[in-house]
Design a protein around this ligand. Sequence first.
Ligand code: AHR
Length: 526
Amino acid sequence: MKATKRHKNRKGAFICFCVLCAFLWLSLAHAQNSYQAALTIRLDQPGAVINRNIYGHFAEHLGRLVYEGLWVGEDSPIPNTRGLRNDVVVALKELHVPVLRWPGGCFADEYHWRDGIGPRDKRPRRPNASWGGVDTNAFGTHEFLDLCEMLGADAYINGNVGSGSPQEMMEWIEYMTSDAGTDLANLRRKNGRDKPWKIPYFAVGNETWGCGGNMRPEFYADVYRQYATFIKNHSDNKIQKLAVGGYDENYNWTEVLMSQAAKYMDGLSLHYYTLPTGNWQKKGSATEFGENEWHATLVRTLRMDEYIRKHSAIMDKYDPQKRVGLLVDEWGTWYDSDPGRDMGALYQQNTLRDALVAGINLNIFNKHADRVRMANIAQMVNVLQAMVLTAKEKMLLTPTYHVFRMYRVHQGATMIPVELNAPEYKLNEASAPSLHASASRDSAGRLHLSVVNLDPNRSSDITVTIAGGAIRSVTGEVLTASAMNAMNTFEASNAVKVAPFSGYKLSGSRLTLNVPSKSVVVLELK
Ligand code: AHR
């Protein structure tokens, strides 16, 4: 009996020893595959309201964006409502799209609005001189504004400066917004729309330093002043007038526009695209990349913060009250076109890397909510960093789509500053923070925290402190995948998907998070 008992004790001790070893081994493995960080949410220092338009979109007549991506026509076998495809509209509605920019882009400066009204079979077919192919003009003013109404989005229209005139611009605005008994308002009625539309945002051209006319800033400042004079408010429509701003480090453009035309504008744009290489001749692949390209892309996208800070500082000199908004109305990744595809179409796949780019940029815009009043990712469907990709009747949601869906909670909330203490993520002598975050508090008092872990190899153990508040509950979602270049395809459309986030511990006032490597997490703290 005694021998059996001793044997049992030994066996028990051995099991305990094994469990302890396993525990130590797991702890060591975890320590090697994770890094420590501290994050403070400054609830005691609320900032500006995050304009919901920061979550805006952009749809240009380019590639398969408008035709196929949005518009299939009333006779299409693809289910549609008045010609707009139902699957895409349903998906986009989930994003709470606040504002939609149209018709370009470069295309805006060659677009003549009269081509796109009236019976569709009578509309002229025109070359799309910017991006190739023929535009049937089946999608024009009425179809665009119908789409905005379906999505519940405000319309942002880019007028034609490059090949148009102040008169053409002025008449387009009257056609859309006048409730009077004028010929143009009556023409709109004859074309099927009785009530005028609201057009809250109208821009004088696009990239007038490039495809919109290759102008010098001094020249455009005068052109802007002239055109802006003829942007009139009809009935009770109130238009915010927007001027073309600079790109990247083109600070002189901002300086000239602000010094010479600030008082005539409500907003000034900024364009910045993220290229893995920074080289427009060889931008890099959308899907075939390793950690070098992953890191380089994230380092480059983080430059958005510097550009916003520096352009804002110039705006502050001329507009210290921050009346004029900075509108990042084109941003996102731009890769080499997929091999075998039409170069002009700018179709590209979208991976987990794009999801992180989206999360980082949206965090940056949230942070600068005092000056950044709108941002429009380029572009909505089938072009550049798209939300949705289509292949005829098929449709898929990209990783970027999921980030926009997760981040929609920040729309209209108050920006809450966050302080981060995390190691740098270094590679090839370049450095990026390994964590990136933003927070906001909505009108119901809920706190929203979004965290991006840039490190593709290590999860992050984060100790969260809430300065000036306390929480009792945490819920959240996480977007990640096993590979950096994981993507959704028409064959496997759910490879990158959102999952509930369970990597938190809340005991009393102590909150700790374990955020997976290469992930985007959005939490609601109450
Ligand atoms: O988004 C694609 C193009 O990029 C736009 O037409 C133009 O404004 C920019 O150069």
